[in-house]
Design a protein around this ligand. Structure first.
Ligand code: MG
Ligand code: ZN
Length: 220
């Protein structure tokens, strides 16, 4: 094994170890956490904005927002009614890692939360490799990105527990072959839970909300 590979392995091992710590800490506090991943502009923040007010009566929800430079998304989460929202500026890093989530957890009163939504940095590559310690990974895809994404980013599609296909209101205007897209997903991640919805029109939100609430209430 080359020096370089062993250095990378050590980094990943350290990250996984810390992710396990985060996981134990969330479990102990009774907080169910999801890692929300997507490419930039797919609608992670919009999905959070649509989700928060609709689940606010059932669940106390906190948001951790990873961003390369700004706090715009955390501000939007706070405006949408997050019980607490923490911004992590990654300082140019294109993904969140377990240390960053640990620092965010330090800023939250976990006893005051049932569900923690972690919005990862918009990127379909490395977020898939860095465990955070969350309970479920959710990928947000969007019609606007095109129907070839499962074929181009297999690592991301393979590792997630649920897939939200956002912007279905654009289907009449964009060449997007849903069957081709879903076939690509099925090969990589057979039986994956998939929600087709539009954050703009709110069409299709109900099954997603129901699933998330059930996960949060029973999946810890
Ligand atoms: Mg965002
Ligand atoms: Zn990265």
């Amino acid at each position: 094994m080359s020096e370089r590979i062993s250095v990378i392995e050590n980094i990943m091992n350290a990250n996984d170890h810390l992710a396990d710590d985060n996981h134990a800490r969330l479990d102990q506090a009774g907080v169910f956490a999801v890692n929300l991943m997507a490419s930039p502009g797919a609608g992670k923040t919009s999905l959070i904005e649509q989700t928060l007010p609709r689940l606010a009566e059932k669940l106390r929800i906190g948001v951790v927002d990873g961003d390369i430079a700004t706090s715009l998304d955390a501000d939007r989460a706070a405006a949408a009614g997050a019980r607490a929202s923490v911004q992590i500026n990654t300082g140019g890093e294109c993904h969140l890692d377990a240390v960053m989530l640990q620092q965010a957890l330090n800023q939250l009163d976990l006893t005051d939360l049932d569900l923690l939504i972690v919005e990862n940095v918009g990127n379909l590559v490395c977020p898939a490799s860095f465990k955070l310690g969350t309970h479920k990974s959710i990928l947000v895809a969007s019609i606007a990105e095109g129907d070839d994404k499962p074929y181009k980013y297999p690592g991301m599609y393979r590792g997630v527990d649920a897939l939200v296909i956002n912007k279905i209101d654009l289907l009449p205007y964009i060449e997007f072959d849903m069957e081709y897209f879903r076939k690509g997903v099925e090969v990589l991640n057979p039986g994956l839970v998939i929600f087709e919805l539009s954050c703009r029109t709110a069409e299709g939100l109900e099954p997603w909300l129901e699933w998330l609430a059930v996960q949060a209430q029973s999946g810890k």
